[in-house]
Design a protein around this ligand. Structure first.
Ligand code: NAP
Length: 295
């Protein structure tokens, strides 16, 4: 049994809470920034009501055994305000966010060796607020990948007995860069305000391929094992997917929220600079989306 705090009870935080509850072993604390009367997660036709202590102010927080951060990457600074009280007894911190810089993002707030980076795959969204209730719609299974290590294995154990596909892997860097490749091309539908089907357009697809080749080159320089064919594979997968789907950059832009551009295309550009690899298409997407977000 562990006392586990989840910072950010949005789509991913909600699904993680539901899976941890499924184990029947843990005590959950939801750290949120606005009052939450009830959190309900819908999956496979069933609704699960999350039983948890809800806290809205870091000053109320008490030490726990594990912390899971499930905010968007751009909310890292405010999410980190919870860490001092929650980690008072040395709790490890799992960062469930997109991108490849989980440790760098939280290194200013907590010792790097206590951070467990997690690559999450799970289609989930907040659907609506009904009678003051937050509802999360989980559209498919959740996969969680952490680096093979003592803390990584402990993290996986927390989910034993749930339907989560949680695994500690030797080559986490490759997993993370593969996911980043998929995320990188999401900038194009977000720029165009068109669903994913726009990537089927020949010229747009060529730009996506250029972005992917840049991401693959930088990922390889970072140690990811990405085959020559990977850029084409990602584009093919995007084109085979639901043409009406809206990625989270796009959804955030429509909703007038900040976008995770810095954690996605920004990471490719920053790491590319470190390795002397040019990333002009990702740099352009980043500049345009950031300017659109400002206007
Ligand atoms: N959704 C997916 O399908 C999916 C799949 C794979 C990976 N991811 C990644 O997972 C991460 C989380 O995404 P998400 O879709 O779950 O985002 P989300 O639905 O927007 O949820 C984020 C939650 O964090 C809360 N939050 C922000 N700052 C906070 C703070 N200082 N203290 C407490 N709570 C705070 C937000 O509060 P409010 O309710 O007040 O806004 C929101 O409830 C992102 O990096 C995303 O890219 C998402």
């Amino acid at each position: 049994m562990a006392r586990i705090a989840i910072i950010g009870a949005g789509a991913i935080g909600g699904v993680v809470a539901s899976l941890l509850q499924e184990t029947g072993r843990h005590e959950l604390v939801l750290c949120v920034r606005r009052q939450l009367s009830q959190l309900v997660v819908k999956y496979d036709g069933a609704e699960r009501r999350i039983e948890a202590v809800v806290q809205t102010h870091p000053e109320e927080a008490k030490a726990v055994d594990w912390v899971m951060i499930a905010t968007k990457a751009y909310d890292a600074e405010t999410a980190a305000r919870w860490l001092d009280p929650l980690c008072a007894n040395g709790a490890p911190v799992a960062v469930l966010q997109n991108g490849v810089e989980h440790r760098e993002r939280f290194a200013p707030y907590i010792a790097k060796e206590m951070i467990v980076p997690v690559i999450v795959d799970c289609p989930a969204e907040r659907t609506c607020l009904e009678d003051g209730r937050d509802r999360i719609l989980q559209r498919g299974p959740m996969s969680l990948r952490v680096p093979e290590s003592m803390l990584g294995r402990e993290f996986v154990q927390l989910f034993a007995g749930s339907r989560a596909d949680a695994l500690a892997v030797d080559d986490w860097t490759t997993v993370a860069w593969k996911k980043l490749c998929h995320n990188a091309v999401g900038a194009l539908p977000a720029l165009l305000l068109k669903p994913a089907g726009v990537l089927r357009n020949e010229a747009i697809g060529q730009v996506a391929l250029d972005m992917l080749h840049e991401c693959v080159a930088v990922g390889r320089a970072e140690g990811a094992n990405l085959p020559d064919s990977f850029a084409e594979e990602v584009l093919t997968a995007c084109r085979r997917g639901n043409p009406d789907s809206i990625n989270s950059l796009h959804a955030d832009r429509i909703a007038g929220r900040p976008m995770e551009t810095a954690a996605r295309n920004g990471a490719i550009v920053r790491k590319g600079r470190v390795h002397g690899i040019a990333t002009p298409t990702n740099a352009m997407a980043l500049a345009l989306l950031d300017e659109l977000a400002r206007s």
